[in-house]
Design a protein around this ligand. Structure first.
Ligand SMILES: Cc1ncc(C[n+]2csc(CCOP(=O)(O)OP(=O)(O)O)c2C)c(N)n1
Length: 315
């Protein structure tokens, strides 16, 4: 069992700043080929010629990653398995800040040059792909196919009682036969010889542009479904770290967390409009360009740079 300890106000502020930093870096990777720190007003020539990637799920990933990293800081037996494969800018931002990317790529330094490098080369010829790839440290399954995250997490737990594995599952992903059937693994993998799996359903409401089945269910119906598989549902409503930390601290034997954040949260358009790239006309439309600049500025990344990127690292 871990936790934030005595300095919890500082720790909560760090989680908030970390989420802002990762949100900023996610947007910058998707859109920018120059002017990564907004040292001058944004110009159309700063925007990548081909916008490719997924924004909608990124904020939720950043919320889960930061909260788990803070809670399990320094625990070598903790791992995080990420389901929704489309939030690669978010994953890349997190492994960049924790210097995991630096271990395999000497150009991903924790400074201005490293930021320019990861942003410019995201979804770029001979650069990083728009999805997690074998190059990404820790990748198990590649290919953009939804469904395996929960089974992979139980696989890690098998025969390793010392391990704790949190796994983020998309609400669209949980509609797949693979993910849904994997809920049965809880009954197989109990007992003292296996590790602990902490499933987190990312209930952002949409799968691409349609509402997910789980978002259409009432809270009661969803809870009963989860209880039917032997878990205790724990709702984390919104992105406030305080709620997330309390949920982790109070979790009993078989928790199943439901992280409820809006699809596209913190971005300019929400829900079904935000699965991939919002502001599709940003290169031609001055209004959209201004919206992108305002969106980037809203994360106050200049403040984070002033304090130093180490301050938002859980290395
Ligand atoms: C097995 C499989 N079926 C369908 C798809 C196509 N697909 C890509 S993204 C997506 C929706 C994912 O929704 P969700 O898991 O809720 O992720 P998020 O909303 O967080 O992006 C689907 C169905 C896929 N990648 N894999």
């Amino acid at each position: 069992m871990s936790g934030l300890g005595n300095s919890s106000i500082e720790a909560i502020e760090k989680i908030k700043a970390r989420i802002r930093a990762c949100d900023y870096l996610s947007v910058a990777q998707l859109f920018l080929k120059d002017n990564f720190l907004l040292t001058r007003p944004l110009k159309t020539t700063d925007i990548k010629p081909r916008l490719l990637g997924h924004w909608g799920t990124c904020h939720g990933i950043n919320v889960a990653y930061a909260n788990l990293k803070a809670f399990y800081a320094g625990d070598p037996n903790f791992s995080f398995v990420l389901g929704p494969g489309h939030g690669f800018p978010a994953l890349q931002a997190n492994i960049f800040l924790d210097k995991k990317l630096l271990e395999v790529d000497s150009q991903a330094t924790l400074d201005e040059a490293g930021i320019a490098y990861i942003c410019r080369h995201f979804s770029w010829p001979d650069g990083f792909p728009s999805h997690a790839s074998p190059f990404t440290p820790g990748t198990i399954t590649e290919g953009g196919e939804l469904g395996y995250a929960l089974a992979n997490a139980y696989g890690v737990a098998l025969g390793h009682p010392e391990k704790t594995i949190a796994v983020l599952i998309g609400d669209g992903e949980l509609e797949t036969a693979t993910a849904l059937a994997s809920l049965n693994l809880r009954s197989l993998l109990t007992g003292s010889r296996n590790g602990k799996v902490l499933p987190i359903l990312h209930l952002n409401g949409y799968k691409i542009s349609a509402p997910s089945i789980y978002a259409r269910k009432s809270e009661r119906e969803l809870n009963e479904l989860i209880r039917g598989f032997g878990y205790e549902p724990v709702l984390i409503d919104g992105d406030e770290p305080e709620n997330f930390q309390i949920a982790l601290e109070n979790a009993d034997k078989n928790p199943f967390f439901i992280l409820k954040t809006e699809k596209g949260a913190t971005g300019p358009n929400r829900y079904q409009m935000s699965h991939q790239i919002p502001l599709k006309k940003v290169k031609e439309d001055k209004g959209e360009l201004q919206t992108l600049e305002d969106w980037l500025v809203s994360y106050q990344f200049d403040q984070i740079m002033k304090n130093g990127l180490e301050e938002v690292s859980y290395e």
